[in-house]
Design a protein around this ligand. Structure first.
Ligand SMILES: Nc1nc2c(ncn2[C@@H]2O[C@H](COP(=O)(O)OP(=O)(O)OP(=O)(O)O)[C@@H](O)[C@H]2O)c(=O)[nH]1
Ligand SMILES: [Mg+2]
Length: 463
C-alpha cells in the first residue's frame, strides 16, 4: 500500500522531469525532490527561543552534539543527518558550500564560523554516524517569535515557505505554555502543504517539564496533567497529533550519563534525609553545600547543569531504591524524563507514516511547479497528480484524521474516539488501530476487525 504511493510519487516526479526537461531550474528542484523521497523522513525541532530545542534534539540522538549555548549558531538552521564519518558543511546564502573543521569541546560540536554572521548562512549540515539518524534527519531551528525579528523570520521562512513545500516533512514543536504565537506557527505549518490536503503532521512537546513543578519530585506528574489539558485544547488538537511532557535536559544527560556523574549521585544518596532536604532546598543551596565530603563545588555545578534539581532529586531516590549501576540508572532516568513516550509517539505517528508524508511532499512540489510554471503538454501530468492525491489511501486517512479532529463527531464522542483510533490517530499499526495488545496474533486482529466492521455497518444502516 505505502510502496505504491511512494512508487506513484517517484513516477510522477519522473514524468515531471520529462515535461520540464528544458527548464533547468525546475529540473534541479525536481531532482532534489526525487532524492528527498529516497532519504529518511525530515523532522524539524521548532519552538520559541530557549524552549529547549537543541537539548531535546541531543536527547533524541543520544549524544550531546548540538550546541545549546547562546552563540551565533543558535540562530542558524542546522541539519543533523546520518553519515559514515562526521562532517560539517556550511551552506552560505551566496557562494559555494564549504567544510568546517570538526571541533568538539566537552563532546559538543563547536561551529567555527570565523566571523561569518548567521545572516550569511543558509544552513549548516552535520553528518554524524549515529544510529538514531538512520531513521530520520533532524533539523534544529532558531527560536520562533524571538525578540530578533530576523531570527524568527528565518525559521518561519524555512519551515513554512510560501511557494514550495516545507523543507521538513513533520515537526516536533516545543512549548512551555500555550501561547498565541505557538498556535499561529502550527497553523501556518499545517497550512503549507496541508491547507489543501488537510493533514496533521506535528507533535507538541511540553518542554522543560521538570521546571513545571519547580523541580519537585512530582514535577513530571504536574506536567503530565498540563499536557493532557493541552491535548484536549480545541485549538491545539487540530494542529498536533499529541502533546507529551519531556524533561529534555534530564533525557539528554541520562542518555550520556558518565561514570563520574554516577559516582557523585551515589555519594549524594548516602546523606541522611535531613541533610538531603537541607541541600535540595534550592539550586544555590545545593551548589554551596559542604556535605557530603568528597564532592567538589565544580562537581556539584556540573551535576546541576546536566541534570537540574529535579534530575538530581530523582536520581538520588532511584539510587536509594536499588539502582546501583550506571546503565540501569541511565535507562530509568531516560524513561522518567518522558523521552521514551516521545520516541514512541514519533515512531507511531511519523515513522509509520514516513512514506506517506514524504510522498505528500513530492506531490505538493509537482503541484507547485505546475501552478508556477504552466505550459502546454502537462495535462497528463496534472491528471496523474490529481489521481494520486485523490486515491492514495494514506492521504485519505490523514485527511480524515484531520477532519475528525477539526470538526469532531459531537453527538457520539465514543464513536468519534474509536473512529480516530481506526484511522490511525494513535498509531498506524493494525493493533493500535483496533485497540488490541501489540503483537496480537493475526486471528485476533481479524476477529476484532470483523467485530468493528459489523458494528459500524449496523450504525450506518440505522444512524
Ligand atoms: N531545567 C531544564 N532546563 C533545560 C531543559 N532543556 C533545556 N534546558 C536549558 O535551557 C537552556 C536553553 O536550552 P536549549 O536547548 O539551548 O534551548 P533552545 O530552544 O535550543 O534555545 P535557542 O536555540 O537559543 O532558541 C539551556 O541552558 C538548557 O540547559 C529542561 O528540560 N530542563
Ligand atoms: Mg538551540
Amino acid at each position: 500500500m505505502t510502496a505504491s504511493t511512494t512508487a506513484g510519487a517517484a513516477a510522477l516526479i519522473g514524468d515531471a522531469l520529462e515535461a520540464y526537461a528544458d527548464d533547468p531550474e525546475a529540473v534541479q528542484a525536481l531532482q532534489g525532490y526525487a532524492r528527498r523521497l529516497a532519504e529518511p523522513l525530515r523532522i524539524a525541532v521548532a519552538g520559541m527561543v530557549k524552549a529547549g530545542k537543541s537539548t531535546l534534539l541531543n536527547a533524541i540522538i543520544g549524544e550531546e552534539i548540538a550546541p545549546t549555548d547562546t552563540g551565533e549558531c543558535t540562530r542558524i538552521v542546522t541539519w543533523y543527518r546520518h553519515g559514515a564519518t562526521p562532517r560539517i558543511t556550511l551552506h552560505p546564502t551566496a557562494g559555494e558550500p564549504r567544510n568546517l573543521p570538526l571541533k568538539r569541546v566537552d563532546g559538543r560540536l563547536v561551529f567555527v564560523l570565523d566571523g561569518v554572521r548567521a545572516e550569511e548562512v543558509e544552513r549548516l549540515d552535520v553528518e554524524w554516524p549515529s544510529r538514531a539518524l538512520q531513521a530520520m534527519t533532524l533539523i534544529d531551528t532558531p527560536g520562533i517569535a524571538s525578540l530578533s525579528q530576523d531570527v524568527s523570520a528565518r525559521s518561519v521562512r524555512f519551515l513554512t515557505p510560501e511557494d514550495s513545500p516545507s523543507e521538513a516533512d513533520a515537526v516536533i514543536y516545543l512549548l512551555r505554555h500555550l501561547h498565541a504565537s505557538d498556535v499561529r506557527f502550527l497553523e501556518s505549518f499545517r497550512d503549507t502543504e496541508a491547507g489543501r490536503s488537510g493533514t496533521v503532521n506535528a507533535i507538541a512537546v511540553l518542554s522543560r517539564a521538570d521546571e513545571v513543578g519547580a523541580g519537585r519530585i512530582d514535577s513530571l506528574l504536574s506536567a503530565g496533567t498540563i499536557a493532557e489539558r493541552y491535548s484536549r485544547d480545541p485549538n491545539l488538537r487540530k494542529l498536533a497529533l499529541g502533546v507529551v511532557p519531556v524533561a529534555g535536559l534530564l533525557a539528554q544527560s541520562a542518555r550520556t550519563l558518565r561514570q563520574a556523574d554516577f559516582e557523585a549521585l551515589q555519594l549524594l544518596s548516602t546523606l541522611d534525609r535531613a541533610g538531603r532536604e537541607r541541600m535540595m532546598l534550592s539550586a544555590d543551596r545545593f551548589r554551596r553545600s559542604t556535605e557530603p565530603e568528597g564532592l567538589t563545588e565544580e562537581a556539584r555545578a556540573s551535576l546541576l547543569e546536566r541534570y537540574g534539581l529535579f534530575g538530581i532529586r530523582l536520581a538520588m531516590v532511584l539510587v536509594r531504591n536499588g539502582f546501583g549501576e550506571p546503565t540501569p540508572l541511565a535507562h530509568e532516568l531516560a524513561r522518567r524524563s518522558g523521552l521514551d513516550p516521545l520516541l514512541e509517539l514519533l515512531d507511531r505517528q511519523f515513522q509509520a507514516r514516513a512514506e506517506a508524508l514524504k510522498a505528500r511532499t513530492a506531490l505538493t512540489a509537482v503541484e507547485n511547479i505546475l501552478a508556477s510554471r504552466p505550459r502546454q503538454g502537462t495535462e497528463r501530468l496534472a491528471a496523474s497528480l490529481e489521481r494520486l492525491q485523490a486515491n492514495a489511501h494514506e492521504f485519505r486517512e490523514l485527511r480524515l484524521l484531520a477532519a475528525l479532529r477539526t470538526t469532531g463527531v459531537e453527538p457520539a464522542p465514543d464513536l468519534a474516539a474509536e473512529a480516530e483510533c481506526l484511522v490511525g490517530g494513535h498509531g498506524a499499526a493494525a493493533s493500535q488501530r483496533l485497540g488490541v495488545a501489540s503483537g496480537s496474533a493475526p486471528e485476533v486482529l481479524a476477529a476484532e476487525a470483523r467485530r468493528v466492521l459489523a458494528r459500524r455497518r449496523t450504525i450506518a444502516e440505522s444512524p
